[in-house]
Design a protein around this ligand. Structure first.
Ligand code: ADP
Length: 401
């Protein structure tokens, strides 16, 4: 990290400041990019096996420090400690996997159009890679990008979410301990548009990997045109979750798909379509199960619904619920701010949802399950596909329709 200016990182469960971290902007990002470009020259020359060993060790160190990493994660992001432990293992898995894959980056031999020649394809690390990650998986979204890039011989400039820089910094410390050379993995957190602008303007940054909102993804896509950067974008979702008449374990599935990370994942179910014959039973059981989920700060025993990340997230959830109630939605569980205050919001189930509601068209990113009724498969497919999003979808049926 660079720079004299700092900004506070808060614990979303209490609103209190847990650390002040250096606030990077354009200049700091440019110097990180230069460092990454220098480091790239020697990192790319290591053998695949040498890189593999280091990346693998990085993953092992994550597991050796699982408890500490999960503590940092829950403190700055709010998710229950058990979910945080799970995320550390999930995130470490990317390092292990790509350490192995990097030893098998094979090329190709292609028949040529000329009798006396052969075409060889060799794969080369592309150069400095930019990564911009969100706060909902502060470790896993980083290792999912850093592991393949660094194992392949690239260097990286990472901008984690300004909400959760501490997990990223802890990862950088472990990278150093694992033997990742200085300059190969760089973390810059702070002024998002300034850092993003510097990454996108830099010619030497040959590729960007981004996970976050569709709005910012579109902006980055436009900015990438100037230097013709390669892009990998993982953007928003508004997942349909379809329950057919012959559904069985759908309530359990819906709880997992909707309320994980307090509904703050891009693959969370947002629109639950339930077939007539099971609608009453499903919504009753879902409302019951949702109201039994314990809402509390992440270190509490049995905590399964932590706080929302910030006040803006809470506003959005409240706006979606108020809008649904106004447009004929029936609040079957939750629906009012939690007595815990702050950004806590209880798991909420809305019945009688319809296409006019905001929740039908926008990603809620919170613990709100809107249930719609349908009668035929044809009807539900057109309802489910009536969306600009395409990230994920679920259906429950004993026999696939
Ligand atoms: P979310 O709504 O999940 O916070 P964002 O797309 O706003 O989604 O955030 C995802 C990542 O994108 C974060 O690291 C954030 O700081 C970053 N980001 C936000 N605005 C910009 C921008 N103008 N340029 C580059 N990165 C940005």
């Amino acid at each position: 990290m660079y720079g004299d200016e700092t900004y506070p990182v808060t614990n979303p469960a209490s609103g209190s400041t847990i650390a002040n971290v250096s606030k990077a902007g354009r200049d700091e990002t440019q110097s990180a990019i230069e460092g990454a470009q220098t480091a790239f020259r020697s990192w790319r020359r290591k053998t695949a096996k040498e890189r593999s060993k280091i990346v693998r060790r990085w993953g092992e160190l994550m597991l050796e420090n699982q408890h500490d990493l999960a503590t940092i994660l829950t403190t700055e992001q709010g998710k229950p400690f058990t979910e945080a432990l799970g995320e550390v293992a999930y995130a470490a898995g990317f390092l292990e996997w790509f350490a192995e894959e990097a030893k098998r980056i094979y090329g190709d031999v292609i028949p040529s159009h000329k009798a006396n020649s052969r075409i060889l394809v060799t794969k080369e690390p592309i150069g400095v890679v930019g990564a911009i990650t969100p706060w909902n998986f502060p470790l896993a979204m980083i290792t999912r990008k850093a592991a393949p890039a660094i194992a392949a011989g690239c260097s990286m400039v990472l901008k984690p979410s300004e909400e959760t820089p501490l997990s990223a910094l802890a990862l950088a410390t472990l990278a150093e301990e694992a033997g990742v050379p200085a300059g190969v993995f760089n973390v810059v957190s702070g002024d998002a548009p300034a850092i993003g602008g510097a990454i996108m303007d830099a010619k030497v940054v040959r590729k960007l990997s981004f996970t976050g909102s569709t709005q910012v993804g579109k902006l980055l896509m436009r900015q990438a045109a100037d230097t013709v950067k390669k892009l990998s974008l993982e953007l928003g979702g508004n997942a349909p979750f379809i329950v057919f008449d012959d559904a069985d374990a759908a309530v359990l599935g819906a709880i997992a798909a909707k309320f994980r990370n307090t509904g703050q994942t891009c693959v969370c179910a947002n629109r639950l379509y339930v077939q007539d014959a099971v609608y009453e039973e499903f919504t009753r059981k879902l409302a019951q199960a949702a109201s039994e989920l314990k809402v509390s700060e992440g270190f509490c025993e049995g905590a399964c619904q932590g706080p929302l990340i910030n006040a803006m997230a809470l506003d959005k959830v409240q706006a979606h619920v108020a809008d649904a109630a106004e447009k004929g939605g029936e609040i079957l569980a939750g629906g009012k701010p939690s007595e815990l205050g702050g950004t806590f919001y209880p798991p909420t189930v809305i019945g009688n949802a319809n296409a006019k509601m905001m929740v039908t068209h926008e990603e809620t990113f919170g613990p709100v399950a809107a249930c719609y009724r349908f009668s035929s498969e044809e009807e539900v497919l057109s309802m489910a596909n009536e969306s600009d999003y395409g990230l994920s979808a679920y259906f429950y049926s004993v026999s696939a329709p």
